[in-house]
Design a protein around this ligand. Structure first.
Ligand code: NAD
Ligand code: UDP
Length: 387
């Protein structure tokens, strides 16, 4: 493997990385990249390993086999955590409950997972002078300032009323009874704690705010590789509908807006943070693609078209159906109206820009979904009839 250099031309020393939540969507892509393209070692911590099985098995069979070690543990109650952080140069914390359907229905688990369970990780990094890359969320911005203006106000079109900036934008959440915001609030408090550890105790940290990263291996397909009644994030919900040939459900009219970034583009940004500590420490980074903005309704329409292309199956005459948030998520749901990331800081510090268009990233992702799940779905649908 050619010697790696950082953005300032200095050689990069091989690192040992303690990756918590390595068995999830983002963790699996990050492990893949680290194994295929770098000499770094990963101690992968998670309660599940299914999404990184291909990197771990068969034991000893891959060129990277001696650089990745899986530790099945729950950070809530495992005394091995501090030792593993001490043995590493860098800790990356991805562990979290992070599906909106949980925020209003399991608010206690959500708050414990995103704040209380992250506390020892921050403390061990700070006490042992270890660098921390912590995964927060774009949801800490909450709603845009513009959403509070009258519907016909021309100011709604001014970027300063909706573009989200790490060092300027306020965090605007709904009332406590809207338990949707339990996640954002817990993430905000852990960000503040990490920032304070940096300011008062010299913790070297980087905070990542992902803006809807999507791609293969995100979440699960209900009834196939996850619970039948489970509600994953929108990519998996819509994929599930497409695989079942049922209309895509638009919550409260599908008017909310999102920007989607391809997981492989976003992982490039994380690699730059890992390998350029001098440029990344002390910063909070938005990581998203401001060019890929759609309403949820537009996303549903585009996914319907792309899926028809990659599967060769015609789309339904009525591809979407409206559903209320009360019906879909239950009481206490609320929504972020619009999420455009400002890219100034990450561009300046790390020279990173997203590349992949929404159509292209949906085409590769839905090709993966079709290949991975279409056959299993056919069998699952046929089963009740056969019985
Ligand atoms: P994910 O659910 O796929 O991955 C999280 C992983 O953490 C899971 O494998 C889970 O088993 C593990 N985990 C949770 N609690 C744990 C515990 N107590 N002990 C050990 N392991 C535990 O989610 P993801 O999309 O990969 O997200 C990773 C991080 O990025 C999260 O912190 C999330 O809040 C943040 N994030 C992601 C997005 C996105 O677009 N994917 C957006 C905003 C924020
Ligand atoms: N959504 C939807 N139908 C679904 C799933 C989600 O209309 O089947 C909407 C949801 O209400 C939100 C957006 O899609 O406005 C994105 O939801 P996601 O769960 O991906 O997470 P978020 O971006 O809100 O964190």
């Amino acid at each position: 493997m050619a010697a790696r250099v950082d953005l300032d031309g200095k050689p990069i020393k091989p690192l040992t990385i303690c990756m918590i939540g390595a068995g999830g969507f983002i963790g699996s892509h990050l492990c893949e990249k680290l194994m295929a393209e770098t000499p770094h070692k990963v101690m992968a911590l998670d309660v599940y390993s299914d999404k990184i099985k291909h990197l771990l098995e068969p034991a000893g069979a891959h060129p990277w086999s001696d650089r990745i070690q899986f530790h099945r543990l729950n950070i809530k109650n495992d005394s091995r955590l501090e030792g593993l952080i001490k043995m590493s140069d860098l800790t990356i914390n991805l562990a979290a409950i992070c599906t909106p359907a949980d925020y209003n229905t399991r608010p206690l688990d959500t708050i414990y997972s995103n704040f209380i369970d992250a506390l020892p990780v921050v403390k061990y990094c700070s006490e042992n002078n270890k660098r921390l890359i912590h995964f927060s969320t774009c949801e800490v911005y909450g709603k845009t300032i513009g959403s509070f203006l009258p519907k016909d106000s021309p100011l709604r079109k001014e970027p300063e009323y909706f573009v989200l900036k790490e060092d300027e934008s306020p965090c605007i959440f709904g009332p406590i009874e809207k338990q949707r915001w339990s996640y954002a609030c817990a993430k905000q408090l852990i960000e503040r704690l990490i920032y304070a550890e940096g300011a008062e105790n010299g913790l070297e940290f980087t905070i990542v705010r992902p803006f809807n990263w999507i791609g293969p291996r995100m979440d699960f397909i209900p009834g196939i590789d996850g619970p039948s009644e489970g509600v994953p994030r929108v990519l998996a919900c819509f994929s599930n509908n497409l695989l079942r040939h049922e209309p895509l459900k638009l919550v409260d009219g599908g008017v909310s807006q999102r920007t989607f970034v391809y997981i492989k583009d976003a992982i490039e940004a994380v690699m730059l943070m890992i390998e350029n500590p001098a440029r990344a420490n002390g910063h909070i980074f938005n990581v998203g693609n401001p060019n890929n903005e759609v309403t949820v309704r537009q996303l549903a329409e585009m996914m319907t078209d792309v899926y028809s292309k990659v599967s060769g199956e015609p789309s339904l005459e009525e591809p979407t159906v409206d559903v209320s948030s009360q019906e879909f998520y239950g009481a206490g749901y609320d929504d972020s109206d619009k999420r455009i990331p400002d890219m100034t800081i990450i561009h300046k510090q790390l020279g990173w820009d997203p590349k992949t268009s929404l159509w292209d990233l949906l085409e590769s992702t839905l090709t993966y979904q079709h290949r991975t799940y279409a056959e299993a779905m056919k069998q699952a649908i046929a089963k009740p009839a056969a019985n």
